[in-house]
Design a binder for this molecule. Structure first.
Ligand SMILES: [Zn+2]
Length: 114
């Protein structure tokens, strides 16, 4: 079990809760150790069976590395969306750190300048 204290405000994450497919969210607040987060869902709502969260969900990482929702103490999964470079010309997505740094598109075979 890895204690991942690298979550920061602004990170994009995928959240799995209540056995549902992962949902994209964004870290809008993070404690200094990155283990207490406030997540915000696009569109302002995260629907669940029997209810919904109005836009945000506070989550807390336990000592053993598991994440729980602060509100109801149920376990959730929180993982970071890997940083990516999206080519503004063709829309290709690359997770290669070199492409990200150099803004290189392997489909267009060009370095993209904005
Ligand atoms: Zn491209």
């Amino acid at each position: 079990m890895t204690i991942d204290g690298t979550f920061r405000t602004g990170d994009r994450v995928l959240v799995g809760a209540h056995g549902q497919a992962d949902v994209a969210a964004r870290v809008i607040l993070a404690s200094p150790d990155g283990r207490s987060l406030m997540l915000e869902f696009p569109g302002g709502l995260f629907g669940v069976a029997g209810g919904a969260y109005l836009g945000t969900m506070p989550v807390l990482q336990q000592a053993d590395g598991r994440w729980i929702e602060l509100i109801n103490q149920r376990e959730v999964s929180v993982r970071k969306v890997p940083a990516s470079f999206i080519c503004p010309r063709c829309g290709a997505v690359s997770y290669n750190p070199n492409d990200l740094r150099e803004r290189y598109c392997g489909r267009c075979h060009v370095f993209v300048d904005d």
